[in-house]
Design a protein around this ligand. Structure first.
Ligand SMILES: *Cc1c(COP(=O)(O)O)cnc(C)c1O
Length: 398
């Protein structure tokens, strides 16, 4: 039987390559950081979610090593059989304290947190009202639920209000949104959403994967940034981005919701418990964040310098406040070729970044998505700007 499927897949793979949609993976030959080794060369990395530069921070790796020595490697169990340690409980308490919530449940990844939230919580009469540009894991999670799915236009509060009105007969309504949308780095309109939720009686869920640890004065995320702590019922987030970058996710929020998820959420019940090494390292990350807002300030500074510098050079960069900085090529006839070509030349110049084009982003909106990190120094940012200037001029992008 396989011969036939193999043939179909080879054809499909060739078609992807022909359309320029085949994803080649670049191979790092050492640890994640501001500087990475690719193809035997050291280059500056401007495309990691390593926002706080903690992925290879010695304090974090040491905490992981210490925990590994004390607690061993794995648990060979799901949480409810024999996979819950005091370290898991401590991390859940510390995450709740950090996020300003009542309780937290850990998952192997935020993808699982989003996959396991909707189905146990909302029955077929309830309504999930979801932003058009929400993350793939939210889309998949919503698909698993029997509830009605109502999609509102991205960040469009009129569209959201219409959907809320149309769902007034449902016993429960849940508005779900990314805290930060990953392709543009735009932040959720959280106060407006919370107001509408109050007006129409809806719960609010925010996926803060691109915010936890660094958005808001002390890094508590979009709720802190917009003064909405306590108004968001459910937060999902990842340990795989700013908070050390290894793996792991969580759902945090109202006590009864979290307790219910421990009983009913399938990715929690039927998947292995998070390695203690990661719990130990994540606890260290939270300790660092409590004591030292230096990385947050450095990240803010790098984001501002990079964005302002690109705009001064004449690149098509929108104003913004998030370390995701899309460099657009909207003025160019073939934006996709320009984005891919720029990224290729930038790597030659020692700047590692990625060009995104259709279908990852809409047609005509190809871009290079840069991500600032607290691990970058002023000199790193300057080198990035110099490389963009040189490559941009050579390719006629500026
Ligand atoms: C990265 C991301 C996820 C997935 O997180 P993992 O912990 O890597 O599974 C989920 N939601 C959003 C919005 C993300 O950006």
């Amino acid at each position: 039987m396989y011969g036939k499927l193999g043939e179909v897949l080879r054809g499909e793979l060739d078609a992807l390559r022909a359309q320029g949609l085949y994803k080649e993976e670049r191979v790092l030959e050492g640890p994640q950081g501001a500087e990475v080794t690719v193809g035997g060369r050291k280059v500056l990395n401007f495309c990691a979610n390593n926002y706080l530069g903690l992925a290879s921070d010695p304090r974090v790796t040491e905490a992981a090593r210490r925990t590994l020595a004390e607690w061993g490697y794995g648990l060979s169990s799901v949480r409810f059989i024999c996979g819950t340690t005091s370290l898991h409980k401590l991390l859940e308490r510390e995450l709740s304290a950090f996020l300003g919530t009542e309780d937290t449940i850990l998952y192997a990844a935020c993808f699982d947190a989003n996959g396991g939230i909707f189905e146990p919580l909302l029955d077929k009469d309830s309504a999930i009202i979801t932003d058009q540009l929400n993350h793939a894991s939210i889309i998949d999670g919503v698909r698993l639920a029997k509830a009605q799915r109502l999609i509102y236009q991205h960040a469009d509060m009129n569209s959201l209000e219409e959907q809320l009105k149309s769902a007034q007969a449902a016993p429960f309504r849940l508005i779900v949104t990314d805290g930060v949308f990953s392709m543009d780095g735009d932040l959720v309109k959280l106060p407006e959403i919370c107001d509408l939720a109050e007006k129409y009686g809806a719960l609010v869920m925010v996926d803060d994967s691109h915010a936890t640890g660094f958005v808001g004065q002390t890094g508590r995320g979009t709720a802190e940034r917009f003064g909405c702590l306590g108004r968001v019922d459910i937060v999902t987030t990842t340990l795989g981005k700013a908070l050390g970058g290894a793996l792991g996710g969580c759902t945090s929020g109202r006590a009864e919701i979290i307790e219910w998820l421990r009983q009913k959420s399938r990715p929690y019940l039927f998947s292995n418990s998070l390695p203690m090494m990661i719990c130990g390292a994540a606890l260290e990350v939270l300790r660092i964040l409590r004591e030292d807002t230096g990385p947050l300030r450095q990240l803010e500074r790098n984001q501002q310098r990079l964005r302002a510098g690109l705009r001064e050079l004449g690149f098509d960069v929108d104003p913004g406040e998030h370390p995701i900085i899309p460099v657009h090529f909207r003025r160019h006839q073939d934006d996709a070729i320009m984005a891919q070509g720029m990224a290729k030349d930038l790597l030659q110049e020692g700047i590692y970044c990625i060009g995104f084009s259709f279908p990852v982003v809409p047609r005509g909106q190809a871009r290079i998505r840069l991500q600032a990190s607290a691990a970058h120094t002023d000199a790193h940012v300057d080198r990035c700007l110099e490389a963009f200037a040189a490559v941009g001029r050579r390719r006629g992008a500026i």
